[in-house]
Design a protein around this ligand. Structure first.
Ligand code: SF4
Length: 358
């Protein structure tokens, strides 16, 4: 239903997207019927950007991220569309190629590092392991390598281990050389998330997908991690897709924002434009329901109802049942993207130059 954000006809290499998602549809087959979690999404990321994907829980953000990474598990599958990374199709890639790309060209950081980190290996060893896997350094990866290092000191000065300490320093872990020997449970929540970033970036990926990387952390630590993300983007020239339900995180961190609702992107714009002039009724509702830093006492207006679960018939505009501006046409005519300003597009029948017909 939408068009890519930038022209794919440009001959300037700087304009060529690093990641191009087009018409992506991901469905799950459940006892209750087929759930369409991602429904015809177009998304484009150019090198060096931090692009936000924001929406309520259940809007399909994480499924979209997992679809990009080739991590959709049974009973789900990508049923339509393509994901191209550096113009290579990931949807058509085999498992071997996907494994090569994951942890190499693309890395992902999840919300809960405790579930992503191996509790039986030291943090330093887990980073060194990624370095070895991606740069062909040193011995094979195993618990025995860890034990050997501890007992014999055999790999203590290995390049991979030195790189692990460097990475811990880069993500601001104090006394990195000592803390590298700690196990994940000996790190605080914020340090574990930093360690996950160190692992994800140790393979110097072109693209980092960060799925709610700060949600489990308190506000101060969250701000530190977001600062870190921005600094790391500059240091490693990594492009970042930042997935969050938190508009404040987007405002702080992202160059561009895509607002997602019920499996579809409904608005996209540069971050400053979106916050100055939110156009889609859903985006306006999200902003009105978010506490304001400049006016913490302002009354919040929650969006009534909840995100549809993607099973069965939906109105043509999936937001219609919650939308304060809905008209009968919204139940019949699927909205397509309309321009409402420079680089600012909205999928709503009541926006753009054709809106007056409603
Ligand atoms: S198309 Fe209609 S229901 Fe959907 S967001 Fe626009 S006004 Fe609301």
């Amino acid at each position: 239903m939408s068009s890519p954000r930038r022209s794919v006809h440009s001959t300037d290499p700087a304009d060529q997207p690093l990641l191009e998602v087009s018409g992506l549809r991901t469905q799950f087959y459940t006892d209750r019927g087929t759930v369409t979690a991602v429904d015809g999404v177009d998304l484009s990321l150019t090198s060096g950007e931090i692009v936000g994907l924001v929406g309520e829980s259940g809007s399909g953000k994480s499924v979209l991220a997992r679809s990009v990474m080739g991590l959709v598990d049974d009973p789900g599958e990508i049923t339509d569309g393509d994901v191209r990374l550096n113009d290579e199709s990931l949807v058509n890639a085999d498992d071997e190629r996907l494994n090569e790309l994951r942890g190499g060209t693309v890395s992902m950081v999840f919300q809960d590092p405790m579930h992503s980190l191996n509790p039986t290996l030291s943090v330093g060893e887990q980073i060194a392991e990624t370095v070895r896997l991606n740069q062909d350094i040193g011995e094979s990866v195993s618990l025995s390598a860890e034990i050997k290092r501890k007992i014999l000191g055999a790999a203590e000065d290995s390049e991979a281990w030195r790189r692990a300490i460097e990475m811990l320093e880069t993500v601001q872990i104090p006394e990195a050389a000592t803390r590298a020997d700690d196990f994940p449970h000996e790190f605080s929540g914020g340090m574990r998330q930093r360690a996950m970033l160190a692992i994800a970036l140790s393979c110097e990926p072109d693209l980092l997908i960060a799925d709610e990387p700060t949600t489990a952390l308190d506000v101060t630590i969250q701000a530190g991690i977001l600062d870190e993300l921005r600094a790391l983007k500059d240091a490693f020239d990594t492009t970042i897709l930042l997935i969050t339900h938190n508009l404040a995180v987007v405002a702080e961190t992202c160059d561009w924002v895509n607002v997602m609702y019920a499996g579809e992107i409904v608005e996209r714009a540069p971050t400053s434009v979106l916050f100055e002039n939110p156009s889609h009724p859903y985006t306006q509702g999200l902003i009105a329901s978010t506490p304001r830093v400049d006016d913490p006492d302002a009354a919040l207006k929650p969006i009534p109802g909840s995100v549809p679960d993607g099973v069965g018939e939906q109105p043509a505009c999936k937001f219609a049942k919650r939308c304060p501006e809905a008209k009968p046409a919204c139940y019949e005519d699927p909205p397509t993207f309309r321009s409402v300003g420079t680089d600012h597009e909205v999928a709503c029948l009541r926006r753009g130059t054709e809106a007056e017909r409603l």
